[in-house]
Write a protein that binds this ligand. Structure first.
Ligand SMILES: Cc1cc2nc3c(=O)[nH]c(=O)nc-3n(C[C@H](O)[C@H](O)[C@H](O)COP(=O)(O)OP(=O)(O)OC[C@H]3O[C@@H](n4cnc5c(N)ncnc54)[C@H](O)[C@@H]3O)c2cc1C
Length: 281
């Protein structure tokens, strides 16, 4: 096995171009589990941990958005300025694993793995984030919805590195909740991110762990917009209950070792209802 420890993005991209089958390694919190359990034996590794360009973030106030490098760890994302500007991302980051996992694990790794249970992904969906990809001679920007194509599948090409995401800063409530088999160190059985965008009078809802991809509940969102003035952010108990019921219908859960599909659907109805009630101003 060869291991290339890149110290800048250009070197990392060149190493990946030379061995496109290489496994990129950021925090290693997904990859090392696969290797340790003998589920995967990479021939080449390109380690990104020392690539500073991937570990920074910038707030573009004029555009109302934040660029987050793919290597920024959750331990950064769970605190300010994210807590204030992207609270749903901060909340989701705080639910990931343990402090040790959050010190190493990154949003780039969550995107690289693309598990439907990845806690960062419903947030990127609800906030309409853009994923940035680079290769030696090309760069492209892909809406998160077009990036994730299935369970652990995405549109990244073998010679591309995810450099980061751009996330719009919205005016309005946002929240993330998940259900697992216990309260800490747990992979989601069902999760939901709700974001109110007062500028477009939209409530956006994205679901995790209840389908092959993250699910945006477009029908439920439209139904709510037709019922209430979203800019006023006053949601009745009845509207919230119906919102939850409709969201559960948009879920596509399966039975597996973590949960039954029926329980997952029920969990989504509760999560969506509670998140909408929390959005009451
Ligand atoms: C004990 C434990 C608890 C966990 N709990 C949670 C949890 O609660 N919620 C959750 O969502 N996840 C959880 N995870 C999974 C993991 O921590 C996350 O998925 C994390 O985001 C992975 O980030 P990483 O930087 O460690 O990725 P890595 O393991 O380094 O990489 C993961 C994948 O992404 C690819 N990749 C990494 N960086 C890039 C890049 N820049 N461009 C392209 N591809 C890239 C890698 O090649 C690999 O395929 C847990 C893991 C463990 C071991």
């Amino acid at each position: 096995m060869t291991v290339t420890v890149a110290t800048n993005l250009a070197d990392a991209l060149a190493a990946l171009r030379a061995t496109p089958e290489a496994r990129l390694l950021q925090g290693g919190t997904d990859t090392m589990v696969e290797i340790n359990f003998n589920h995967y034996k990479p021939e080449h590794i390109v380690a990104l941990r020392k690539v500073e360009e991937l570990r920074s973030f910038s707030i573009q106030e004029d555009k109302g958005e934040i660029f987050i490098g793919s290597g920024v760890p959750y331990q950064t994302l769970e605190n300010d300025p994210f807590l204030t500007l992207l609270p749903a991302l901060a909340q989701a980051s705080r639910t990931v694993g343990s402090p040790q996992i959050r010190a190493a694990g990154s949003l780039g790794g969550n995107l690289g793995t693309c598990s439907p249970a990845g806690d960062g992904l419903p947030v990127l969906s609800a906030l309409d984030a853009i994923v940035h990809l680079r290769s030696v001679d090309d760069s492209r920007d892909v809406l998160f919805h077009d990036f994730m194509t299935g369970v652990k599948r995405n549109t990244r090409k073998p010679d591309e590195i995810i450099t980061g995401v751009t996330v719009p800063i919205l005016n309005g409530f946002q929240g993330y909740s998940k259900v697992g088999v216990r309260n800490a160190m747990v992979i989601s059985v069902a999760s939901a991110c709700l974001a109110v965008d007062k500028a477009t009078a939209q409530v956006r809802l994205a679901l995790g762990a209840v389908g092959p991809t993250i699910i945006r509940c477009r029908d439920t969102e439209q139904w709510l917009s037709a019922q209430v003035d979203v800019t006023a952010s006053v949601f009745s108990n009845a509207a919230a209950k119906e919102f939850g019921r409709r969201a559960a219908l948009e879920a596509r859960p399966i039975d597996d070792h973590r949960s039954t599909a029926e329980y997952r659907r029920h969990a989504i109805s509760v999560l969506a209802e509670r998140l909408l009630l929390k959005a009451n101003s």
